[in-house]
Design a protein around this ligand. Structure first.
Ligand SMILES: [Ca+2]
Ligand SMILES: [Ca+2]
Length: 181
């Protein structure tokens, strides 16, 4: 009940990227923290990865939605790289800042409870956790996150609250920015 994302999704399209010139590669490298060579390698990987038409299961859809950071319904190479840089980013603060940017779906500059609930739904799906489990239900986790992170009590997480809150709590950091230690 209350499951808002039933299967009315259309097959997702991924935009074939245009060739990049050197200054674009440099720009992307600066933005993502990769070297120019890494950008070129990743681009080759992206072209291979290019999914054929077909249906995305839940996991693919989550990855897709993460990559599709501007909500355009298409993933372009820059979004792909930004998502990749999140995954491979070593600096925990930068990683969390990227996570924040992606979780703030409507780009309002803060994460609402509604946005956090959606994130938790996806993460629980990914982890195969029971969303209604007594100890770690989605609702309880969202409550836990806000009670720990929402310092000024406005029911929204600013970037600062999110980053500092994650840094202060190992469990939440692993949940919200997988791969950070
Ligand atoms: Ca928001
Ligand atoms: Ca707040």
């Amino acid at each position: 009940m209350g499951n808002s994302h039933d299967n009315k999704s259309h097959p997702k399209k991924i935009k074939r990227p245009k060739p990049l010139n050197d200054s674009q590669i440099k720009e992307i490298a600066q933005l993502t923290g990769f070297t120019s060579d890494q950008v070129k390698q990743l681009r080759a990987g992206f072209l291979n990865f290019y999914p054929t038409n077909g249906h995305a299961d839940k996991f693919c859809e989550y990855v897709f939605n993460t990559f599709d950071s501007d909500g355009s319904g298409k993933v372009d190479f820059i979004e792909f790289l930004l998502a990749t840089s999140l995954i491979t980013q070593k600096d925990p603060v930068k990683k969390l800042e990227w996570a924040f940017t992606m979780y703030d779906r409507d780009k309002s500059g803060s994460i609402s409870r509604k946005e956090m609930k959606k994130i938790m739904d996806s993460i629980f799906d990914l982890l195969g956790e029971d969303k209604n489990g007594t100890e770690h239900s989605v609702a309880a986790t969202v409550d836990q996150i806000y009670s720990k992170m929402d310092i000024n009590g406005d029911n929204k997480l600013s970037k600062e609250e999110f980053v500092n809150g994650c840094l202060a709590d190992d469990y939440l950091r692993r949940l919200l920015a997988p791969g950070s230690n």
